[in-house]
Write a protein that binds this ligand. Structure first.
Ligand code: V0V
Length: 152
């Protein structure tokens, strides 16, 4: 991991844990499972062709604790490869940031590898980037800047 502490690098740019992402082979089965056993509510579903996923965002009773279920559209997608290598399970931890470009720039400056040169489109019109898991202690860290109309 980088010698710089998170406080030194990102400071107030990280505002929350936005979600934890779980790779699943079947989205509908997983949505039903987390609803039935944990009472999580499916608040949003979409297909993201660029990322090769069909995803659902589930919310807990506090209205802001979120679990993202990710099913692959193709075997050669990030989720398809993850399932092939590791099986279903936690695939990513997503930090909500106020400015994804500024966050990425500071992390790059600290020597961490960002996966994209520029942010890409994530769930519900958000802008996203990722830090390589090998630079984050084995955790794939996503940076999420919510769409301005959905940031509440
Ligand atoms: C791979 N590795 C991981 C990992 N994926 N470690 C922890 N967590 C993961 N999720 C390890 C892997 O075991 C290898 O370790 C090493 O990293 C290099 O793997 P690789 O052969 O390069 O693996 P790939 O080809 O599967 O690529 C891994 C990366 C890929 C992280 C580069 O998954 C990627 O581009 N992810 C970003 C996009 C993404 O995850 N999209 C799906 C979610 P050893 O064996 O060398 O020790 S889309 C989303 O979140 C949306 C839309 C949203 O939130 O809005």
């Amino acid at each position: 991991m980088s010698p710089s502490s998170p406080a030194e690098v990102l400071g107030a740019l990280v505002t929350a844990i936005d979600h934890v992402g779980i790779a699943v082979p079947d989205l509908d089965d997983a949505v039903a499972f987390y609803g039935r056993h944990f009472g999580l509510v499916n608040e949003h579903e979409e297909t993201n062709e660029d990322q090769g996923v069909r995803e659902a965002m589930l919310v807990a009773g506090d209205g802001d604790t979120r679990l993202q279920l990710l099913a692959p559209l193709r075997p050669d997608s990030a989720i398809g490869k993850f399932l092939e290598r590791s099986g279903p399970g936690i695939q990513q931890l997503a930090f909500r940031v106020s400015d994804v470009e500024a966050a990425a720039e500071r992390l790059r400056g600290a020597g961490l590898r960002l996966l994209y040169d520029a942010p890409r489109t994530g769930t519900a019109g958000s802008r996203i980037n990722f830090v390589h898991p090998k630079d984050c202690g084995g955790v794939l860290v996503e940076l999420v800047e919510p769409h301005p109309e959905r940031s509440g």
